[in-house]
Design a protein around this ligand. Structure first.
Ligand code: PMP
Ligand code: GLN
Length: 382
């Protein structure tokens, strides 16, 4: 039987899978795919065991366990000064990835345009294409990776249904400020364009800066889906539990997609996360400082190396310019580093529609100090 033509003809296996596999094959230190090499908090694991034994093992409600949605709404009110309705405006999803997919499919129709800023997280473009829409890639302006406002204004038109933003930004570690958020609200005012704000690293912000959420801006929040992930916050990327906050009318459409996609998300994890959120708010309040120490250690260890790094402002990723070490293109360099020197990293060009000439790779520093030391020892020898 003939296999129909692909809906994603250009898509290979994601770079995260490719590099983690290569890392395993060559027994490398894996600083590529973003995940911690340490455990989630012990108490959270105890809560999971408790809820497994207590019988919370059947389907959760489609929009998520209510007590978790209530805790999420309270947390958002404390952090961002607006309280979403936990019943109608908060939906628990199977990771942020599912939330991104549902939000795109909730509002984007065939032939419409969606703006993404490159380097962009790799799930945006395929999800847009699967909706039959056209991704419009606008490069962020180096060296700070800021939005090119003139270009954005030029590309907006009556077909632009959605703009996707991501702050703190993967892979560059840049941040949007409150002024940027206000500027986006101003620029979008004349258009029927929604915003999908990927805020999965909301708590991982450094140097006394703070995260600017679309939820803080009343005008923008009214047209936005804000997406979060417990995986990042609780060192549990394998749990795949996230959530989406959106105004009632947008959440209705979001849930129409979600209910026929995954329908719901793992029940005992939701109960455990609800308990932990209320019992240990200090975990997320201290997460920025926790990762700032790791970023500082990694940068200090790497100081004598040939890599050039401008300290990441947020996320658990650090970009590095390797042009003093090699003239190889970044994909080749990443392979060489993994195979020959046993350090796996992520090349940056894969996050671009039209990759620039820059020689940049991404390190993940969500690792034990001993792992970072061992990696730096190898990297200093290059
Ligand atoms: N967005 C960004 C920017 C990410 O880095 C990630 C991490 N994988 C996700 C979304 C997806 O998060 P999750 O693992 O919760 O699906
Ligand atoms: N978000 C993670 C990263 O940027 C990877 C997620 C995935 O493997 N799909 O490394």
């Amino acid at each position: 039987m003939q296999i129909p033509s692909s809906k994603l003809p250009g898509a290979g296996t994601t770079i995260f899978t490719v590099m983690s596999q290569l890392s395993e094959d060559y027994d490398a230190i894996n600083l590529s795919q973003g995940f911690p090499d340490f455990q989630p908090p012990e108490e959270l694991l105890d809560w999971v065991s408790h809820h497994l034994a207590a019988g919370h093992n059947q389907y959760a409600p489609m929009a998520g366990v209510l007590v978790l949605r209530e805790r999420i709404a309270e947390k958002i009110s404390e952090l961002y000064g607006t309280q979403p309705d936990p019943v109608e405006e908060v939906t628990v999803t199977s990771g942020a990835t599912e939330a991104l997919f549902c939000a795109i499919h909730a509002v984007v129709r065939s032939g419409e345009e969606v703006i993404v800023f490159d380097p962009s997280y790799d799930s945006y473009d395929p999800a847009i294409r699967l909706a039959g829409a056209v991704p419009i890639h606008i490069p962020l302006l180096p060296p700070q990776f800021e939005i090119d406002w003139d270009c954005l204004k030029q590309r907006l038109n009556e077909r632009t249904r959605l703009v996707i933003i991501n702050s703190p930004h993967n892979p560059t570690g840049s941040l949007l400020s409150c002024d940027d958020i206000q500027r986006l609200a101003n620029v979008l005012r004349p258009y029927d364009t929604f915003v999908l704000s990927d805020e999965v690293y909301e708590h991982i912000v450094f140097d006394e800066r703070r995260h600017a959420s679309v939820l803080e801006n009343e005008e923008l929040a009214a047209r936005s889906f804000a997406v979060f992930s417990f995986g990042k916050t609780y060192h549990a990327t394998g749990w795949k539990v996230g959530y989406c906050v959106a105004p009632r009318e947008l959440s209705v459409e979001f849930r129409r997609v979600h209910q026929f996609n995954t329908f719901t998300t793992t029940t005992p994890l939701q109960y455990a996360l609800a308990d932990y959120l209320i019992e240990r708010p200090e975990h997320y309040l201290e997460l920025g400082a926790f990762y700032e120490e790791k970023r500082n250690l990694f940068i200090e260890l790497m100081d004598p190396s040939g890599f050039e790094m401008k300290p990441s402002k947020g996320t658990y990723f650090q970009l590095a310019d390797y042009s003093k070490i090699s003239s190889q293109p970044d994909m080749e360099f990443a392979r060489w580093l993994t195979v020959e020197h046993r350090i796996a990293v992520i090349p940056i060009s894969v996050f671009y529609e039209k990759p620039p000439a820059a020689q940049l790779i991404r390190f993940c520093f969500a690792k034990e100090a001993a792992t970072l030391r061992e990696a730096a020892n190898c990297l200093l020898k290059l």
